[in-house]
Design a protein around this ligand. Structure first.
Ligand code: HAM
Length: 427
């Protein structure tokens, strides 16, 4: 019986993994330059953590969590990273040790969504969270870092959407204004939105249902209802982005699907095409209430997460993954162990080597080294062992020579150095 991967999940095969590693590495170096340190939290958390922080009436919590009971607890595979990171921040009393904390994470997240291009049930996020800085300059720095990071990956055609959701007071005013807008249009709304009208009208703005989109036309803008402190934060954010020269668009209808946001909210979208309808490359915002709600002190916070699959779809194609540069082809029984020693010696000098000790014929060995795209093949049989030499075939220059063992490393190094590897490849 052959098994398939679970719906909405996928394997990353070795010839694709290089792109993942390069993306992760680029992310790490960018965020570390900005003062973030890595945190690793479990992929399982208590389900209530997400109910509490992400919000009971969000799609993510209502429909998308993978949950299972264990003893008398209900466990969830994390649908996102922020709640677990905040739980760790509170649980380790980090605020008592430092006034500002900058953390980043990379890892798999799980949501039971309908899979399509750019949308999976197991996907990977790289994200950052800052605790202890009320902004708005840290908000602007984060958005500016992200635009720069995407640019460094070759993703330049982006839309940076920003909005301000305000704090509790503004939100209540907005809730009332939305209710006043939607109540007379209740009959036009989808069944789901009708329910939201009572408990969370903001979520109607997030609906993809054409009926709800139509009913949302002309809805009041939260930016007209900001309380003074929220307004000052919003003006401060825009002034800082303007001063940094970071491009952005004000999007008063941007609400995003999680309930924890306060004040600054942003999303960066890629050009459609590769991404189709799943064009949100990353999203984030401020969530100044969460630390307190999770039992900690009052500590402001902001963060974002980007979908690595979506970034890989949006990134321009690049050179294929690096393959071994040297192929060692032993002929005959004695040569097999000699070949292993040779491989070890070259690798100790930092050279990527594949030894093919399966005992194949010369012809099939050379076919294999061609297929790998090796630059040098080292062939050795009984006579080479007796003479203390190795046949060095330079597969780029198309030359061959018997090289004394003692000189081999130097000769291999100069053959590899003679012509640099193809674009992007590194040794
Ligand atoms: P989110 O918007 O739910 O925010 O997800 C962030 C990013 O993860 C999306 O923009 C998208 O690139 C990617 N993503 C989400 N769902 C999927 C999926 N099913 N398949 C592939 N990619 C997906 C959050 O998760 C927040 N925790 C962000 C945040 C951090 N806010 C504050 N701090």
């Amino acid at each position: 019986m052959q098994f398939r991967a679970v719906k909405g999940t996928f394997d990353v095969l070795p010839d694709e993994v290089g792109r993942w590693q390069r993306l992760e590495q680029a992310f790490r170096s960018t965020v570390e330059l900005h003062g973030y340190s890595e945190i690793r939290t479990p992929v399982i958390e208590l389900m209530d953590l997400f109910v509490r922080s992400v919000g009971e009436t969000t799609e993510m919590v209502e429909k998308q969590m993978f949950t299972f009971p264990r003893s008398d607890e209900v466990i969830a595979l994390r649908p996102e990273g922020t709640a677990g990171v905040a739980r760790a921040y509170v649980g380790h009393s980090v605020n008592a040790r430092e006034p500002v904390t900058r953390w980043y994470y990379i890892g798999p997240m799980f949501r039971a969504e309908q899979p399509q291009r750019g949308r999976y049930r197991q996907f990977h996020q790289a994200g950052c969270e800052i605790y202890g800085d009320a902004g708005p300059h840290s908000d602007a720095e984060m958005i500016d870092m992200l635009v720069g990071f995407l640019g460094s990956l070759g993703i330049r055609q982006v839309r940076v959407l920003v909005n301000c959701l305000g704090g509790a007071g503004t939100r209540e005013r907005y809730r009332q204004a939305l209710e006043a807008h939607f109540r007379p249009r209740a009959e036009q709304l989808s069944e789901h939105a009708k329910k939201r009208l009572d408990d969370n009208p903001l979520r109607i703005l997030d609906s993809k249902n054409p009926k709800d989109i139509e009913a949302s036309a002309g809805a009041p803008s939260i930016l007209d209802l900001l309380e003074p402190a929220d307004k000052a934060h919003w003006d401060g954010l825009r002034a800082a982005l303007d001063a940094l020269g970071t491009p952005y668009e004000v999007s008063p209808t941007l609400v995003r699907g999680l309930d924890y946001y306060t004040r600054t909210l942003f999303e960066i979208q890629g050009a459609s095409g590769e991404l189709g309808s799943q064009n949100a490359l990353l999203g984030g915002g401020r969530y100044d209430r969460m630390v307190k709600e999770l039992g900690g002190p009052e500590v402001p916070a902001i963060g974002f997460a980007m979908g690595l699959e979506r970034l890989l779809l949006a990134m321009p194609e690049e050179a294929p993954v690096s393959k071994p540069l040297v192929f060692v082809a032993p002929l005959g029984e004695r040569a097999r162990v000699e070949a292993l020693k040779l491989g070890r010696e070259l690798r100790n000098a930092g050279i990527r080597v594949e030894v093919d000790a399966r005992g194949n014929s010369m012809k099939s060995l050379l076919r294999r080294s061609d297929a790998l795209g090796a630059r040098v093949a080292l062939v050795l049989g009984d006579s080479e062992i007796d003479q203390g030499t190795v046949q060095l075939k330079d597969l780029v220059q198309h030359s061959q020579a018997a090289v004394p063992r003692a000189e081999l490393l130097g000769r291999v190094q100069s053959a590899l150095g003679a012509e640099p590897p193809a674009s992007g490849e590194s040794r």
